[in-house]
Write a protein that binds this ligand. Structure first.
Ligand SMILES: Cc1cc2nc3c(=O)[nH]c(=O)nc-3n(C[C@H](O)[C@H](O)[C@H](O)COP(=O)(O)OP(=O)(O)OC[C@H]3O[C@@H](n4cnc5c(N)ncnc54)[C@H](O)[C@@H]3O)c2cc1C
Ligand code: FES
Ligand code: FES
Length: 490
């Protein structure tokens, strides 16, 4: 197998080749400290504020796609074979402003100025894909950009105005997409890449899935890096040493999405953004839930596989995956085994994964025709916030009685967990609010939640019970807020 000891990618219009680069080097530091591209700002260094937003173009099943990402937690080795685009690359000939920049200027969208380049880049990503976005689509595109002066109104006006200004045909990224795709294709040499900074802070980019298994078997305690939306913070906030780090970010074999009679299979490297079309077509009940995971930048980088693999008790996808009866595929040089997602979580910080195994895929069975299902997320802030409580419920009934229930929660224990006592209280009972109220009371016997800065234990217990009642109200058509929302849409 071919091996390479330098990282190569394209930055704006220039090819970049780096031999001295470590696993923990961030794109933001590289841009600002080594390239003097200081238009990209550092606000929080944890993926929250969006001041560092840049675009990364990558070759995918959808062709060459450009996505807004957080440069502060994007690690350099993950950029191999990609096209990085910073705000400096936006203006046209003679420094003419891009329509998105001009609209921000005309509509006084730039107030503090500091968050502006990140907002421009998020709006640029939207404008490229969707030149006439609705207000709701603009709001989703800006979920990951915080304006601390709360002057969103002029920013939204600018975003709407940009869609009237045209210029798509003249945009460099759009008009040179095919040419850039060819340049990136030439970088894809199929080699295993091994990088380090002065021999330390090692990064390995395996050439294939088989190579990944071999790399993991050959190293003690390697850190797998997918989207780095968790791992990036270990570096910027906790100064953790992640070496040797194994980057699976662009491994094509982990990016596959297949659907057949046995259900939906997501490769472990599929991002939230890439998963959305197939996942929401198969489970439309998650349409409100999915865009509440992270902000656009985090959904573009973060993977569903990483969300399960990290073992967090407050990850959003495990409760819905457990409710759906999903299974996890774990692969190593010894082969692949499948386990129910619920069995993966053994205890806080302990998962059923050997050091040489990686999560290779998630299999989600189809919803039974009569199944009632939904996912919920309760946070302090609507957008881009980690859940205080998350839940996934799947209930089946015959004509009148509940015949099956999988009620899974996050944020209520040291791992994502089913509320087995509440399930038992529900099964065999009539499908009525009284039965759900009794099951909601039984949740107190299932969990002893903790108080932390996200929520008190009393709040968590109340929310967990109320979510089950809300589920009943929604399924029985008795949720007034839902009816009102539907009327507003009509
Ligand atoms: C601003 C911000 C907002 C966020 N909002 C949310 C939110 O709303 N809801 C939520 O649930 N999470 C949220 N997160 C957390 C994070 O985005 C998710 O947990 C995400 O799914 C992690 O995926 P990743 O690909 O980025 O994982 P990484 O950071 O690359 O890895 C996470 C962990 O999983 C391991 N890992 C990754 N892939 C594999 C694999 N295939 N096999 C074995 N191990 C693997 C890594 O070694 C590491 O331990 C947020 C993070 C940020 C920075
Ligand atoms: S600096 Fe705040 S998201 Fe990157
Ligand atoms: S415009 Fe920058 S914080 Fe509001």
């Amino acid at each position: 197998m071919a091996r390479r000891n330098h990282l190569h990618f394209i930055l704006n219009d220039a090819p970049v080749s780096l031999a001295e680069i470590g696993a923990s080097d961030t794109l933001l530091d590289f841009l600002r400290l080594h390239c003097n591209l200081t238009g990209t700002k550092e606000g929080c260094a944890e993926g929250d504020c969006g001041a560092c937003t840049v675009l990364v173009g990558r070759r995918s099943a959808r062709g060459l796609v450009y996505e807004a990402v957080n440069a502060c937690i994007r690690l350099m080795p993950s950029l191999d074979g990609c096209h990085v685009v910073t705000v400096e690359h936006l203006s046209g000939q003679g420094g003419a402003l891009h329509p998105v920049q001009q609209a921000m200027l005309d509509h006084h969208g730039s107030q503090c100025g500091f968050c502006t380049p990140g907002i421009v880049m998020s709006l640029y990503a939207l404008w490229m894909d969707n030149p006439k976005p609705s207000v709701a689509e603009i709001e989703v595109a800006l979920q990951g950009n915080l304006c601390r002066c709360t002057g969103y109104a002029p920013i939204l006006r600018a975003a709407r105005a940009a869609s009237e200004m045209g210029g798509q045909g003249m945009d460099a990224l759009i008009s040179h997409r095919a040419e850039m795709d060819t340049r990136l294709a030439a970088l894809a040499d199929g080699a295993r890449v091994e990088l380090s900074r002065s021999g330390a802070d090692r990064a390995i980019i395996p050439a294939s899935l088989a190579d990944l298994a071999e790399v993991l078997a050959a190293h003690e305690n390697p850190t797998i890096v997918a989207g780095s939306t968790d791992v990036g913070l270990w570096i910027t906030k906790h100064m953790r040493d992640i070496s040797p780090a194994v980057f699976i970010t662009n491994l094509a074999e982990l990016q596959t999405i297949t659907q057949d009679a046995s259900g939906l299979t997501l490769g472990a490297g599929v991002s939230y953004t890439d998963a959305a079309p197939a996942l929401l077509a198969a489970y439309p009940q998650l349409a409100e839930f999915w865009p509440r995971i992270g902000g656009a930048q985090v959904r573009n980088m973060g993977t569903v596989g990483g969300n399960v693999a990290n073992g967090s008790p407050i990850g959003d996808t495990p409760p819905v995956l457990i409710a759906l009866g999903a299974e996890l595929a774990l692969t190593s040089t010894r082969g692949t085994r499948r386990i129910p997602v619920q069995d993966f979580f053994i205890a806080y910080g302990k998962q059923d994964r050997a050091a040489d195994e990686f999560v290779s895929a998630l299999h989600i069975p189809p919803l039974p025709a009569d199944a009632l299902f939904c996912g919920y997320k309760v946070t302090k802030r609507r957008d881009e916030d980690i859940s205080a409580v998350a839940a996934g419920f799947l209930v089946q009934k015959d004509g009148y009685n509940v015949t099956f229930a999988r009620l899974a929660y996050g944020g209520m224990a040291g791992t994502p967990l089913r509320a087995k006592k509440a399930e038992a209280a529900l099964i065999g009972q009539p499908f009525t609010r009284e039965s759900f109220a009794a099951a909601a009371r039984a949740i107190a016997d299932d969990f002893t939640p903790l108080t932390d800065w996200r929520a008190s234990k009393e709040y968590r217990a109340t929310v967990a019970a109320n979510l089950l009642l809300r589920f009943y109200d929604q399924m029985a058509g008795e949720d007034e807020t839902l009816t009102l929302r539907q009327e507003n849409v009509a």
